[in-house]
Design a protein around this ligand. Structure first.
Ligand code: PRX
Length: 656
């Protein structure tokens, strides 16, 4: 199997033998206390999911059929009607919980807002009316390009209320990335803000939008939330201030009755080609998956203060800052900025300030905190915490243990949760009142979820073996396809094994049936828990006038899990300089976003190729990670590789 995970990660996992059963006190108060749910789901998955839908969802018209499965297209709760914003807001207000806090919002500069369910509902209704006033209608797509301000979930829910699908673009992406996504989704309106706060400085979101809109044709209106208050250009007729639009709108708005299978949103994620995929999620199944997993995996009770520290621009934020917690009527912390502003204890200060009970973040953050040292968490009282979670990439056992000891005071469970943009919600994770934890393992598929590890031919590997992760049963939150490209949907996920979903991850399954994830097996890198395609970065590099050819691979990185290593061949006559290397990094940053900037750039007159001219990425990975080279018999010119090995070693030295 082509592995992008480092060998050392796998070794460390193999040696890991520590186990942590749930404490009696935790189990005594947990939402799930026995494994009966696994058996119930196993016995009859469809009636299990039907029961969960009854429990979690409020339909305005009941559904007729639990599941229509025309491989690979699933339809769940067919015939039912509901509205996601009603599900997340009105329901709670109608039950008398309008005063409950939905968001404890913490701005980076130190300002704060407490927003109740009743207030959130009113904002959403006003904005939904305003969007209708701008001509946005059911079935349209709306782009959202914002920082972590409360108006971001308001915008998403306002779209949902009027039946328009949102397409959120992470605020760290560039103008070009915004333009591509708006064009692909055919969005009619774009919601943004003047600027975002980030590490004490501002990110020019509105200016990026202006640049993006030079390359889009479908966007008719731009709505701008005022956040920093600095001047930004406004285009008369096209651009509208959010606060002006909302001022004279009624505070109520009839929600559209949506079909269970109506599109709720698209969210773009990287695949193995340069073109990002617009992953489609529909209404009922997605909501169910996020609510069910939020309540069970994080053991949410009515008074739990939950903090998912992801950005809403990624799926983790969609599912565990917006739809899961709001669907369940919970209270969430939402933080605008970076963990080191004004100091490296900001997260721990925030936990203390709001009495956070559950923290959910990525291993890359945990490794950064480990590097900064325990003095920062030690400054704060963290005893409100009852559970910790991680997501986004494999967590190395040492980081897991550090998280449990230093942040969790060695007393609370750590749940490692495996899932993807495509799965909509958590798929493989512990139930904290039931599951014995092993540091570095996401443990077992949740009740109702089918997963296994198979070999190249599709046979289950024996316990203890490694292979490819597949999902064996349709699940409610599964993607319904790729926007505008059914063929790519079939090719990417359903061609390799036919009737099982190919996740693109490698894993080992141990003697207890626990999954130990080992990283991607395709040309997708995972930097700080975010998926980036090698091809996309290569295209951005080749876009620069000095570059003739580029190949990109992932290299293990202590902090970010993987970092991007680029091999670049320049056009004739162009000099290899460190200035050019940093110009190339910036170029990638401009075309995609800072997250995609290569950490290492190695110039080379030639890339290693097969005799038929295919770039041998496998060898580049070996070179990047300073490993013994695999099979080189198909290599056209062995000298290229020797030269590259010495150049890459020099680059790595410079980093030290
Ligand atoms: O490789 C897996 C890794 O992240 C990929 C999904 O990325 P994305 O769609 O951006 O969603 C990230 C947040 C859900 C997966 O294919 N991944 C995610 N969680 C884990 C993980 N790898 C190992 N362990 C995890 N807990």
């Amino acid at each position: 199997m082509a592995q992008t995970a480092s060998d050392s990660t796998i070794d460390a996992l193999l040696k890991e033998g520590r186990t942590f059963p749930p404490s009696e006190q935790f189990t005594a108060q947990a939402n799930v206390r026995s494994d009966a749910l696994y058996r119930e789901a196993e016995a009859d998955p469809e009636s299990f999911w039907a029961g969960q839908a009854e429990k979690y969802l409020t339909f305005s018209r009941p559904w007729d059929t639990v599941l229509e499965w025309n491989l690979p297209f699933a339809r769940w709760f067919v015939g039912g009607q509901l509205n996601a914003s009603y599900q997340c807001l009105d329901r709670h207000v109608e039950k008398g919980r309008g005063d409950k806090v939905a968001y404890l919002w913490e701005g980076e500069p130190g300002d704060a807002r407490r927003i109740t369910y009743a207030e959130l509902l009113e904002q959403v209704c006003r904005f939904a009316n305003a969007l209708r006033g701008l001509g946005v209608k059911r079935g349209d797509r709306v782009g959202i390009y914002m920082g972590m301000v409360p108006e971001l979930p308001v915008a998403m829910l306002a779209c949902a209320r009027i039946g328009a699908a949102h397409s959120v673009v992470f605020g760290g992406f560039s103008a070009d990335a915004v333009a591509d996504r708006m064009n692909d989704s055919g969005s009619v309106c774009l919601i943004t803000q003047d600027e975002a706060w980030r590490r004490g400085t501002t990110v020019p979101l509105k200016r990026n939008v202006d640049e993006a809109l030079l390359k889009t044709e479908t966007i008719r209106n731009v709505v701008v939330v005022r956040r920093t208050g600095n001047d930004v250009p406004m285009d008369q007729g096209r651009d509208h201030w959010y606060h002006d639009l909302l001022a004279d709108q009624p505070a109520t708005c009839e929600p559209e009755a949506m079909e269970s299978e109506d599109l709720l949103f698209t969210l773009y994620t990287s695949g193995t080609t340069a073109k990002p995929k617009g992953i489609k999620h529909t209404t009922a199944g997605y909501l169910l998956q996020t609510m069910y997993t939020h309540e069970l995996v994080f053991d949410i009770h009515p008074d739990t203060v939950f903090w998912c520290a992801a950005d809403i621009g990624w799926v983790t934020g969609h599912s565990y800052i917006v739809y899961g917690p709001l669907g369940n009527g919970g209270t969430s912390v939402m933080y605008e900025g970076t963990p080191d502003f004004p100091d490296k204890d900001r997260w721990w200060a925030t936990i203390e300030k709001y009495g956070v009970n559950v923290l959910y973040c990525a291993p890359t953050a945990i490794r950064t905190f480990m590097k900064w040292g325990r003095e920062f968490p030690d400054r704060h009282e963290l005893s409100s915490l009852r559970l910790l979670g991680t997501v986004g990439e494999p967590i190395n056992p040492e980081a897991w243990i550090w998280y449990r000891e230093v942040i969790g005071g060695s007393r609370i469970p750590v749940v490692d949760t495996w899932w993807q943009t495509e799965t909509g919600g958590i798929m493989i994770a512990p139930l904290p009142g039931v599951t014995t934890l092993k540091p570095g393992s996401a443990t077992r598929p949740l009740p109702g979820i089918g997963a296994s590890v198979v070999d190249e031919q599709g046979n289950d590997v024996p316990l203890g073996g490694g292979g490819y992760v597949v999902l064996t049963k349709p699940w409610p939150g599964m993607l319904r396809g790729i926007w505008g490209d059914d063929e790519r949907y079939k090719d990417t996920y359903w061609t390799k094994y036919g009737d099982r979903y190919f996740a693109g991850d490698g894993a080992r399954i141990d003697e207890d049936g626990y999954f130990w994830f080992m990283g991607r097996v395709d040309d997708v890198m995972n930097v700080s828990g975010h998926r980036i395609s090698t091809t996309e970065v290569e295209s951005a590099l080749v876009d620069h006038p000095s570059v003739a050819e580029a190949a990109v691979t992932a290299k293990a990185d202590e902090q970010t899990g993987q970092a991007i290593s680029a091999f670049v061949t320049l056009r004739g006559g162009v000099e290899e300089t460190t200035e050019l290397a940093s110009e190339l990094r910036d170029h990638v940053g401009k075309l995609i976003g800072a997250i995609a900037k290569p950490k290492w750039i190695t110039f080379t007159p030639e890339l290693p190729k097969t005799r038929s001219g295919k770039i041998m990425r496998r060898l580049l990975r070996d070179i990047s990670e300073n490993r013994t080279l695999g099979d080189t018999t198909t290599l056209a010119d062995a000298n290229v590789v020797r030269e590259l090995q010495s150049r890459a070693a020099t680059e790595a030295d410079k980093e030290q």
